[in-house]
Design a protein. Structure first.
Length: 221
């Protein structure tokens, strides 16, 4: 089974190094396809880790991300991540189980966050209200069958916001949704001063002991 991780990068080389270490700690071989927009600077940052690099404009963001999935047509599964997201090896084992069973879509309903500036950590329990049950954009796993039905473009054209909900409206096929907290596994979004989404107390969040995150991922600083 061939698996690709797709992501986009913009600045934040220190955060990207943490992302790269997270990839290399996964218990399965994956290829990483990265869309970057800073020419030689981002190309060198990506390629020194052995990842595939695609130069593309940073806006619209959906076109940038679609460039990565269009480059992943030879893979059985694609994992969509931000270049500030890290998956624990134990979570990846759950992904592999559902991939082996032929699921077309695997998503997470909750997430962890860590802010490198304030060194605070947070647990987000997931969407409530009209979006209850929706999966987080980070860590979504799509089969080649599902991507083919989307013409390998899981995001609509010309979008620079609401990418998660846009993809959500396109998802079909055999699906599984997982709760990190219930499974006792981790996926963490690393925040910094240049994040698109700031580190705030969103609805349904709880500040937690940062060691909950740091003990899982020793390379997060």
């Amino acid at each position: 089974m061939k698996i690709a991780v797709v992501t986009g990068v913009w600045k934040r080389p220190r955060i990207f190094e943490m992302f790269a270490k997270g990839i290399k700690n996964l218990p399965v071989e994956v290829d990483v396809i990265v869309a970057g927009s800073e020419g030689r600077t981002s190309r060198q940052m990506v390629q020194r880790h052995g990842f595939k690099y695609i130069e593309t404009p940073n806006s619209p963001l959906s076109a940038k991300m679609n460039a990565t999935t269009l480059a992943a047509k030879d893979y059985d599964y694609v994992i969509c991540m931000g270049s500030d997201d890290i998956l624990s090896p134990e979570l990846m084992k759950h992904y592999l189980k559902w991939m082996t069973l032929g699921y077309d879509f695997i998503g997470l309903t909750d997430f962890y966050f860590y802010d490198t500036t304030t060194r605070r950590a947070m647990y987000w329990g997931g969407y409530r209200g009209v979006r209850q049950g929706e999966t987080v954009g980070a860590g979504r796993v799509l089969s080649s069958k599902l991507l083919k039905s989307m013409d390998w473009k899981p995001w609509g054209d010309n979008l620079s916001s609401s990418l998660d909900s846009d993809m959500n409206s396109r998802i079909k096929g055999k699906q599984i949704k997982m709760s990190l907290k219930k499974l006792g596994v981790f996926a963490v979004d690393i925040k910094s001063s240049t994040n698109i989404t700031k580190f705030n107390r969103w609805d349904n969040t709880t500040l937690i002991d940062r060691n909950v995150i740091l003990n899982q991922f020793s390379y997060i600083k």
